[in-house]
Design a protein around this ligand. Structure first.
Ligand SMILES: Cc1cc2nc3c(=O)[nH]c(=O)nc-3n(C[C@H](O)[C@H](O)[C@H](O)COP(=O)(O)O)c2cc1C
Length: 209
C-alpha cells in the first residue's frame, strides 16, 4: 500500500477480533512511532505495550469507560516526557512541542497498523486523576486485579463518604465483594470497590462513572 492510499483509507476502528497480534507486528508499529519527527530530535516519548487482559480492561475504564477498548488485544500507551523538552525549549517545549511530538508518533503508529492490516483507534479521553490513583494504588500494594474487577471512584475522605458509595450500590442491588480507600501523593482520595463482573456496568451507572 502506498503512503497516500494508507493515509486515505485509515479509519478509527472500535471493534476487534479476539485474536492475538504477532509480536513482530507490535514492534513494527512501535518502531514506526519512534521514527516520527520531534523538536530538536528529542524523541521525548515512551511507549508502553499492554497485552494483559485485566490491565487492558482497567485502562478502558480509566478511558472514561470506553469498554470496547478492553477488547483490543494490544494497547500502546504513548507517554510524554515534557520535562526534557522544557529544559531545551521552556514552556513552548513543555506544552506544545511535546504534544506535537507524541501526536506525530501516534499517527505513524496508526498508519503502520493500517498498512499491515490491523485495526486501531487513537484514544485521548481518559481520566488522568484516575490513572494517577491507579498507579498509586499499585505502589501501595493494593491489588487492582482482584477476584472481581475493581471500580475506582474518586471521592473525598469526609466521614460517611464511603458509606454513601455503599448505599448507592445497595440501592442498585449491587453486591460489594470488598472495598478500601486509596489516596495519592497529592492527597486526592478515592475508593476501590470490587464487584462481580455481571454487576459491573450497573455499579458504574449507579456511581455515575
Ligand atoms: C487527539 C484525539 C483523541 C481521540 N480520542 C478518542 C477517544 O477517546 N475515543 C474514540 O473513540 N476516538 C478517539 N479519537 C478518534 C477520533 O474520534 C477519530 O479520529 C475521528 O472521529 C475521525 O475518524 P477516523 O479516524 O476514522 O478518520 C481521537 C482522535 C484524536 C486525534
Amino acid at each position: 500500500m502506498d503512503v497516500l492510499e494508507c493515509i486515505k483509507t485509515r479509519r478509527s476502528i472500535r471493534k476487534f477480533l479476539d485474536v492475538p497480534v504477532e509480536w513482530e507486528k507490535v514492534t513494527q508499529i512501535v518502531d514506526a512511532a519512534r521514527c516520527a519527527p520531534s523538536a530538536g530530535n528529542l524523541q521525548n516519548w515512551k511507549f508502553i505495550v499492554v497485552l494483559n487482559e485485566d490491565k487492558r480492561k482497567s485502562i478502558a475504564e480509566a478511558c472514561v469507560h470506553q469498554l470496547w477498548m478492553g477488547k483490543a488485544p494490544v494497547h500502546i500507551i504513548v507517554c510524554a516526557e515534557p520535562e526534557r523538552a522544557k529544559r531545551f525549549y521552556g514552556i513552548r517545549g513543555e506544552r506544545l512541542y511535546t504534544i506535537q511530538n507524541c501526536g506525530a508518533a501516534i499517527e505513524n503508529a496508526l498508519l503502520t497498523a493500517h498498512s499491515i492490516g490491523l485495526a486501531a483507534c487513537w484514544v485521548g479521553a481518559f481520566d488522568e486523576d484516575m490513572v494517577k490513583m491507579m498507579v498509586q494504588a499499585k505502589k501501595t500494594g493494593l491489588k487492582l486485579d482482584g477476584p472481581y474487577p475493581a471500580l475506582l471512584i474518586q471521592g473525598d475522605d469526609e466521614l460517611g463518604a464511603l458509606a454513601e458509595v455503599h448505599s448507592k450500590l445497595y440501592q442498585a442491588s449491587v453486591n460489594i465483594y470488598a472495598s478500601t480507600g486509596v489516596t495519592d501523593s497529592k492527597g486526592n482520595y478515592g475508593y476501590l470497590v470490587y464487584v462481580r463482573p455481571e454487576d459491573h456496568n450497573r455499579a458504574a451507572k449507579a456511581l455515575g462513572i
